[in-house]
Design a protein around this ligand. Structure first.
Ligand SMILES: Nc1nc2c(ncn2[C@@H]2O[C@H](COP(=O)(O)OP(=O)(O)OP(=O)(O)O)[C@@H](O)[C@H]2O)c(=O)[nH]1
Ligand SMILES: [Mg+2]
Length: 427
């Protein structure tokens, strides 16, 4: 039997950007952002064959790059046989159109690249709807650029929809599809709200994992809860929220929620479209912010994550900041003088389990319903109180004394108030 070639041809991509030196984390192209773009391109399946960064105070209005650089880029495309040029920042509809015309090749920007990766990684119905919605909304104003060029230049990275379907490029069709997807999304949202209400009834504490992509969130969820969630050394491995439970030492039930990671210049449409997924973070009791402490850029990552967290209205939640990958950081992680805001900071390794005790203690401290061990003396005449303590609370120790049963039990603030009349004097 003959083997058929199924692997798609790898697209050859050149990365391009403008270094303004403005330090604007959303617009400037730096060595770090271009390296990150290369990882994104790799995740999307492209082979990066070249990079071109122009130094100029601001991008050219009509063509992003200056005239000379554009010539140079066209030459490079021909020499390196590139199929695709990926720009590091979001291009305006006009820039996109002009660039495709000048370079005679498909041009995409960072947003389209991220959307393409999301399209390939979305598994759940909700994830797929959200990604397609973001893609279509992104495309709508750019159709004169993409629409005219795409049919001529064929499919590839930036044109794939969830499930490897080809994105539609007809304006009228897109509008009605957006409408349809929005309706479907509101159905899915109702379902998610029901799930959430169920969790509230179980009286569990919800802790949402948040952090830069590839920080180790899913690995940590697996390590803490014994789950088997997909974790891999690639960007945006996780798109769909997963919830797994575990218990703290005082018996509190924690529901840990894993969800999509963040990145610099995350397309606004994507945040907008992923609102229902990201709501898991804004509605959680505690945010567990995981950062890759072995990555030199962790401070920038933390800033990006904090900015998105406040955009989501999650800025005032109790935060435990976990510097992960302590095993991979050479020496100890050096924390800068001005530390990012967090209620607790811990160093952990999701891989080896180092630092987990401190992590759980930190979560326990900032999460609602913290329990403390107290000693109560229950007279033998109050048998009902004793059974209630046994039924509803964690009893640590019990001894029988002449005046009654001496019981050591874990109580949260509410239960403490209820039973404080029985407090043993030498507590
Ligand atoms: N050395 C080391 N590697 C780790 C540690 N934790 C996670 N990793 C690795 O980091 C990579 C990313 O881990 P994930 O758990 O997929 O990261 P994530 O934050 O869920 O990433 P996204 O879902 O893409 O946002 C994987 O290759 C993990 O094996 C750690 O403590 N030490
Ligand atoms: Mg993950």
């Amino acid at each position: 039997m003959a083997l058929t070639e199924t692997k798609e041809k790898q697209e050859r991509a050149i990365l391009a950007g403008v270094h303004t030196g403005s330090g604007d984390p959303l617009k400037d192209t730096t060595e770090e952002t271009i390296n990150e773009l290369a990882r994104l391109a790799d995740t999307a399946g492209a082979e990066v064959v070249g990079t071109l960064v122009q130094n100029r105070p601001s991008p050219e209005n009509a063509t992003y790059l200056g005239e000379g650089k554009l010539e140079e880029l066209l030459g490079a495309c021909e020499t390196l046989e590139a199929d695709l040029i990926i720009f590091d920042s979001e291009l305006s509809p006009m820039q996109l159109k002009n660039l495709e015309k000048a370079l005679k090749r498909r041009v995409i920007d960072r947003s389209m690249l991220i959307l393409d990766i999301f399209a390939r990684h979305a598994l759940s119905r909700e994830g797929k709807i959200q990604v397609e919605l973001a893609q279509l909304k992104y495309m709508l104003p750019r159709l004169t650029g993409i629409g005219t060029q795409l049919s001529r230049l064929g499919a590839g990275i930036g044109t794939r929809g969830p499930g490897e379907t080809r994105l539609e490029t007809d304006r009228r069709h897109i509008r009605s599809r957006i409408h349809h997807l929005q309706q479907e999304l509101s159905e899915v949202k109702k379902h998610r709200e029901l799930l959430r209400a169920g969790r509230r009834q179980e009286n569990a504490v919800t802790v949402a994992l948040a952090g830069y992509t590839n920080a180790g969130k899913s690995t940590l969820l697996n390590a803490l809860t014994g789950a088997d969630v997909y974790a891999e050394d690639k960007l945006f491995a996780t798109l769909d929220p997963t919830v797994r439970g575990f218990n703290l030492e005082d018996g509190r039930n924690i529901l840990l929620i894993d969800t999509v990671g963040f990145i610099r210049k995350l397309p606004h449409h994507l945040i907008e479209a992923f609102k229902s997924t990201l709501e898991e973070i804004s509605l959680a009791d505690v945010v567990l912010h995981v950062t890759d402490g072995s990555n030199e850029e962790f401070m920038q990552h933390i800033q990006v994550v904090n900015r998105i967290l406040s955009e989501l209205g999650a800025a005032d939640k109790p935060v435990v900041l976990a510097f992960n990958k302590a095993d991979a950081a050479d020496g100890s992680i050096e924390l800068p003088a001005s530390l990012p805001e967090a209620d607790r900071i811990v160093h952990i390794s999701a891989k080896t389990g180092a630092g987990f005790d401190a992590l759980l203690e930190a979560i326990g401290d900032v999460a609602p319903g913290k329990k403390q061990a107290v000693r109560l003396l229950i007279p033998y005449t109050d048998g009902a109180v004793l059974s209630e303590l046994h039924n509803d609370h964690t009893v640590l120790e019990e001894t029988y004394e002449p005046e009654g049963t001496c019981i050591q039990v874990l109580l949260d603030a509410k239960a403490y108030n209820r039973f404080k009349a029985y407090l043993k004097e030498d507590n």
